[in-house]
Design a protein around this ligand. Structure first.
Ligand code: C2E
Ligand code: MG
Ligand code: MG
Ligand code: MG
Length: 294
């Protein structure tokens, strides 16, 4: 492991806040050392199949277990990782973890035919053709069937450099993996790209899920997204489900999958194993159809 500074003598990177070149250099070196030291790890947030109320898989989310400051969330270091290029190493790490874990879950729960794992890709990862080799290597090393891996990208990433993004996505698609649009509805409103890119899944942004059952606009938007997805043959995931009211509305609107604190926070891989094989989701969390007066 690389040598690293100890104590509080380094400066945490904060976008837009006095990020001078030297501060950024220090933070980059610290993050690089943390990767070498194995301080980055992957946690998983269960995805609930709304047809059965059972977990169908999980989203892989990176964490930085800092020896002094404790747990750091991705919002505190993904930006720096992107800028510095360290995202390539972090991405490789998370992809490897996620594929290995998912292969294990498949072995543990052979009855879970649709079991899947999702992994976030940021702009720089999609812009770098190396991603295709990384994904291919992670699949080969783990033995995970490609269709069980879903790569999440945001609309903004797609729109950034459309031709390059399209080329990379089609190459990834060629490996047999699936592609999801993360935080759907918060980026560009042009829907033309849904035909242009090989998309398999839409993740309805938390900001719409937030008002479900309370705010008629959010119901209307979510219903429109689910209907659009249905027409295009895409799976839908509702992000950030925190209440039973939201869960019931999500189910009633026909969303395939839900994810949120109501079901589980992001947890360790072992805990996902337990949830997945024993189906510990409480009966009261099972989706019930609700009459929305459609
Ligand atoms: P995301 O991909 O949209 O992930 C969902 C975020 O919402 C996660 O935050 C998750 O913990 C949080 N969340 C889930 N359910 C709920 C809920 O019910 N209520 C609320 N308030 N929040 C909920 P997290 O883990 O802090 O990740 C934040 C973002 O960082 C992610 O947003 C993703 O864009 C990025 N990220 C995380 N891991 C990775 C990674 O391995 N690679 C890349 N490139 N980006 C990552
Ligand atoms: Mg995501
Ligand atoms: Mg999201
Ligand atoms: Mg996001």
């Amino acid at each position: 492991a690389a040598k690293r500074s100890s104590g509080n003598d380094f400066i945490v990177y904060e976008p837009g806040l006095g990020n001078t070149t030297s501060t950024r250099k220090d933070s980059t070196a610290e993050l690089a050392a943390a990767i070498d030291a194995g301080e980055l790890r992957t946690v998983y947030q269960p995805l609930i199949d709304m047809r059965t109320g059972r977990p169908i898989g999980a989203e892989a989310l990176v964490r930085w277990q800092h020896p002094v400051d404790g747990l750091r969330s991705p919002d505190q270091f993904i930006g720096l990782a992107e800028e510095s290029g360290l995202i390539t190493r972090i991405g490789e790490l998370v992809l490897g973890d996620a594929c290995t874990q998912a292969a294990l879950w498949v072995a543990e729960s052979p009855d879970q035919e649709d079991l899947l794992v999702t992994v976030n890709l940021s702009a720089r990862q999609v812009a770098d053709e190396q991603i295709v080799e990384q994904v291919s290597a992670a699949l080969a090393a783990s033995g995970l069937e490609p269709h069980r891996l879903v790569l999440e990208i945001t609309e903004t990433v797609l729109m950034h450099d459309r031709d390059a993004a399209a080329a990379t996505l089609w190459l990834l698609k060629g490996l047999g993996v699936r592609i999801a649009i993360d935080d759907f509805g918060t980026g560009y409103s042009s829907l033309a790209y849904l035909r242009r890119f090989p998309i398999d899944m839409l993740k309805v942004a938390r900001e719409f899920v937030d008002g479900l059952g309370r705010d008629a606009h959010d119901d209307v938007i979510t219903r429109a997204i689910v209907e659009l997805a249905g027409t295009l043959g895409l799976l839908t995931v509702a992000e950030g489900v925190e209440t039973t009211q939201q869960s019931e509305t999500v189910a009633a609107l026909g969303c395939d999958i839900a994810q949120g604190y109501l079901f589980s926070r992001p947890i360790e891989a072992d805990a996902v194993s337990a949830v997945m094989s024993a189906s510990l989701v409480a009966a009261h969390l099972r989706p019930r159809p609700v009459d929305l007066g459609r």
